[in-house]
Design a protein around this ligand. Structure first.
Ligand code: BYC
Length: 325
């Protein structure tokens, strides 16, 4: 059955079966293909939340641009933050292919209707936080995003390939900052340890609720939007990251952490789910500040958008006048 028909109802059972067959055969879904309403809605939600996370994620690091310890560090940090802005733009563009406008998405973010990753509601208190964010936060993001490169929706999967390449540079630059600090003075080592103490658990929260509590995982995995469950990805991240912490000579702030020889992976403690729910509900340390900064940036940029639109309109009129002459 040809599912490249956009004029069929979004709940047509015959089309739904053909659609699932396509997914099962690993054929990518493209913007003009028929898709069930729920698939479109789930993608819009996840992809726009992802885009919002990228642009809100610029803020905690932006806090340190003026205080980077050297010109080299400042240039690297600036490049990383610009990459994140770029990721947001690819993801907003990819989400627009599903029929939502960028203005609507911004509006959902600015009114608090749409979520962004809980991790960006924590403050950045010292320079080592730039290392911990690159190493742990980008590290957690890559663990999730490698799986998203195989997402069934073509534009999302393709955007993720480029994003993952850049994230892997971000992760390495973060680890390099941590390495420098861990090998530095006593104060620098203490700053590095303090950063891992504060960022470890929030990084584990990035993967979302336990599988048993995740409302979306089963359907998203059937549609191959998600390829791996929240808990599986979280465990993968722990197993990859704990040896990196040990190599730095830093402690992981979890007294239940222990290597399990039988499972060939780490056993570890429990996330504070009350804290997670509280942050996601908008009551974290920086939720209000982050949203206000975003709203101010959007309002402050209005004159640029107006000028760009006025210029485009003028160009359009000029081209039409030339054609008519
Ligand atoms: N924070 O059923 P679940 C970056 C929500 S940025 C907030 O498991 P799902 C970077 C979830 O949305 C990259 N909310 O949902 C940038 C859902 O809420 P709704 C960030 C969370 O979607 C700058 C509800 O809880 N990466 O790399 O199947 C500097 C139930 O959860 C969180 C992405 O955005 C959370 N941590 O799975 C440095 C990846 N966790 O919508 C780095 C794309 C869960 O039902 N997103 N929720 O109201 C995903 O892969 C998935 O959406 C999730 C959640 C794994 C996050």
């Amino acid at each position: 059955m040809d599912t490249n028909k956009s004029n069929v109802a979004e709940n047509d059972p015959q089309f739904e079966a053909a659609f699932q067959k396509k997914i099962d055969a690993e054929i990518k879904i493209e913007p003009r293909d028929w898709m069930p309403a729920g698939y479109r809605k789930t993608l819009i939600r996840q992809m726009s939340q992802h885009a919002h996370s990228e642009i809100v994620g610029m803020l905690p690091e932006g806090n340190w641009l003026t205080r980077a310890p050297s010109l080299k560090r400042k240039a690297i940090l600036m490049a990383k933050i610009q990459d994140e802005g770029g990721h947001g733009l690819y993801l907003y563009s990819a989400t627009e292919t599903l029929g939502i406008s960028r203005d609507e998405m911004y509006d959902q973010l600015h009114t608090g209707k749409a979520k962004y990753s809980s991790i960006f509601n924590y403050p950045t208190l010292n320079w080592a936080d730039m290392g911990a964010i690159g190493w742990l936060v980008d590290g957690a993001a890559i663990t999730n995003q490698i799986a998203l490169c195989r997402c069934s929706y073509g534009p999302y999967a393709r955007a993720m390939v480029k994003i993952c390449k850049e994230e892997s540079f971000h992760q390495r630059q973060g680890y390099e900052i941590m390495m420098n600090m861990a090998q530095g003075t006593k104060e620098q080592r203490e700053m590095a340890q303090d950063a891992i103490n504060r960022w470890w658990w929030p990084s584990l929260m990035m993967f979302g609720p336990h599988d048993a509590d995740s409302t979306r995982t089963t359907q998203s995995m059937t549609w191959k939007i998600k390829r791996t469950s929240n808990d599986e990805l979280r465990q993968k991240f722990v197993d990859a990251t704990v040896p990196q912490a040990h190599y730095l000579g830093l402690d992981v702030p979890d007294d239940k952490l222990a290597w399990n020889e039988e499972k060939k992976s780490y056993d570890w403690g429990e996330i504070d789910w009350d804290e997670f729910r509280n942050v996601v509900a908008g009551n974290g340390l920086c939720n209000r500040e982050r949203l206000q900064t975003r709203r101010d940036a959007h309002d402050g940029g209005k004159w640029v958008r107006d000028a760009a639109l006025a210029y485009a309109e003028k160009q359009k009129k000029r081209t039409a006048a030339k054609k008519a002459a």
